[in-house]
Design a protein around this ligand. Sequence first.
Ligand SMILES: [Fe+2]
Ligand SMILES: [Fe+2]
Length: 383
Amino acid sequence: MSEKTLNIMVATDIHYLSKSINDGGEAFANMIAKGDGKVMKYIEEIVDTFCAEVKKRKPDVLLLLGDLTFNGERISHLELAKKLEKIVEAGIPVYLIPGNHDINYENCFGFKGDERYRVESVDANDFREIYSFCGYKNYDYYDEISGSYISKIADDLYLLMLDTNSYSSNYFKEESFIWLENVLKEISKNNANILAVSHQNLLEQNFMFTEGFKIKNAERIEEIYEKYNVKLNLSGHMHIQHIKNNIIPEIVTSSLAVSPNHFASIVYDGESFVYSTECLNVESIENFAAISRDEFKIMGSRQLSKLFKTAPYENEDEADIEKMSKVFLKMNECYFSGEIFDPYGFEEGMKIWEEQHESFTSLYIKSILDSVFTDQNRFILKL
Ligand SMILES: [Fe+2]
Ligand SMILES: [Fe+2]
């Protein structure tokens, strides 16, 4: 049993974009129109509301699981770091790792009028310097090869921030396994628990989305975790809210920038981890939740019309297509938010999907079917 209960706040895939390189003009609107449902128009308000919420709640620890910036813009990193500095100054330790969008990202642009222009990004060393007060100063163990670090955050709990993006691309460097195993062996000696964090996923969360999502050598990491008291892995990257219960369970928190704009809380008391999500209420924007939901729905409809064009659904009449669309959009919304899908009123559409020849979309529906009938927003892990 821990001496006291530890409150941990979690957010991921913030994708902050500085206003100083974005005038919200035509180029930005065009990019958003092809986007993935992030509410980029109000990203400043989202981040400011979130930071205020953190300061109000005063958790013991704040964890950010990577993809801090839109596409790795140096100025976005600098401005976000300033906001995080205020949190640290308020006495709340912040621990973070980079995501795949944060370092030397190829499509690193600013937006002015109808043009986009290249802006400066950061390398892994710049990243560490900019966020030096977010884990990179108060670690107990640090691996120079991967950029990963381990910090003791309670008398019986260590935090492992596994970095698979600073000096590698979605894999844990071979040379770092010795460091990982040695340190875990040492700290697990006293039966301390270990909470692991990664940006990409440790487990296969969806059989259709493993390439580019699951860490390339995840099995080896998992093996070591099993051996040395790692109890739980937290990740992001997919922008969906999803839990996979396994020997070491993994919770994927959805993007703070995507409807329903989740952040999560974890309560640790030495005997369990209790995880739950909440939706960020951005009061400075009128009807924010509805605006955010619309942004997501527009993205879903756009994807669906593209998918309908690529698959042969000519046999279906318009009424059937309409029913199929409704099912897809609702299920997709539930898959991202982690909420339970209520099939009432969608039965006919579901049946039509079942009767279809196999296509990307019908397979996608199959792949999310189990998930959408389970609540992905709450999880209790007894230790
Ligand atoms: Fe992301
Ligand atoms: Fe990512």
